[in-house]
Design a protein around this ligand. Structure first.
Ligand SMILES: NC(=O)c1ccc[n+]([C@@H]2O[C@H](COP(=O)([O-])OP(=O)(O)OC[C@H]3O[C@@H](n4cnc5c(N)ncnc54)[C@H](O)[C@@H]3O)[C@@H](O)[C@H]2O)c1
Length: 286
């Protein structure tokens, strides 16, 4: 057997939402490294209710470069997970070029913790973090067959008791926590429905992860409510309190390692699971 054939994702195609940067890009690179071709989609624009910038066209181009440098093919499209037609078009473009779909990583997500456009932050948050995942599943499901794996990105924010109802996190934060909590239950229900078809669905729940979603003023304020304009350095002092292990955050590649395992046949009988990559965060209680 050649080296290529021994790669565990050889011959497979993975679709990843929010693939322009952060965890989505890390997943694209990791799965490509393991032999998969990639269908990448990202909004590459910033909705008005967000007060930190989302990815850009240049970010998505960087993901494309990275995957191609690994010798894999990639079909990348600008698209908004709130719009199902965008996802359907992306899937069609990917299938036309790559011929199949085996893995779906519903990763796109936002948090606008203290957004000034408050109610819109709740609406946008739910539409991206929850409805966007449902759209991703419904746009891809008709093309999945036995052996396929769907991986949904949740968050420990959705697993913590009491966070959703905490008025201090504001509408954007509440939308985030509620959406992620709902995803944890969605995974169990849909996994049961899809199990007879041998299609798996699991969720990964990261703690603080070293991406732009963590490194923005909203999150710095949430971690340092004692300061008016906390800096990255101020937040860095508070980040470790979240985890049981003495670290401020995990890296996107730490999440990719679990995504790659769940995407592969090595996890072929694992479904309906909510798995944490949280450096012990949830062991501390909340
Ligand atoms: N960073 C953290 O601390 C952390 C912790 C737990 C969970 N998460 C989750 O991890 C996932 C990835 O986030 P990240 O940390 O890589 O942050 P990120 O902001 O770097 O990446 C999110 C990506 O999703 C894209 N996106 C946002 N809205 C979109 C839309 N409507 N349609 C298509 N693409 C859209 C963004 O442009 C961006 O490229 C998210 O679901 C997030 O909720 C992050």
């Amino acid at each position: 057997m050649s080296g290529t054939e021994t790669k565990r994702m050889h011959g497979k195609v993975a679709l990843i939402t929010g693939a322009a940067r952060g965890q989505g890009r890390a997943h694209a690179l990791r799965l490509a490294e393991e032999g998969a071709d990639i269908i990448a989609v990202d909004i590459c624009e910033t909705p008005d209710s967000m007060n930190y910038p989302l990815a850009t066209d240049e970010d998505l181009a960087q993901t494309v470069k990275g995957v191609e440098a690994l010798g894999r093919r990639i079909v990348a499209r600008k698209g908004d997970v709130r719009i199902k037609a965008d996802l359907v078009a992306t899937v069609e473009a990917g299938l036309a070029e790559l011929g199949r779909l085996d893995v779906v990583v519903a990763n796109a997500g936002v948090t606008a913790m203290n957004s000034p456009t408050l109610l819109q932050a709740f609406v946008d948050g739910v539409e991206i973090d929850l409805v966007g995942v449902l759209h991703t599943v419904s746009a891809t499901l008709p093309h999945l067959t036995a052996g396929a794996s769907i991986i949904i990105t949740g968050s420990t924010a959705g697993l913590m008791k009491g966070l959703v109802d905490n008025p201090k996190i504001g509408p954007g934060g509440a939308a985030y926590a509620w959406s992620k909590r709902t995803l944890a239950s969605y995974v169990e229900s849909i996994a049961l429905q899809l199990a007879p078809s041998m299609i798996r669905v699991n969720a990964v729940h990261p703690t603080n992860t070293n991406t732009a979603l963590l490194h923005n003023d909203d999150i710095y304020r949430a971690f340092r409510p004692d300061l008016k304009q906390p800096t990255r350095e101020d937040a860095m002092l508070a980040f470790p309190a979240m985890q049981a292990m003495p670290i401020p955050y995990v890296e996107p590649e730490d999440i990719s390692a679990l995504v790659a395992f769940l995407a592969s046949d090595e996890s072929r009988y694992m479904t309906g699971l909510n798995l944490r990559v949280d450096a012990g965060a949830m062991l501390k209680g909340s």
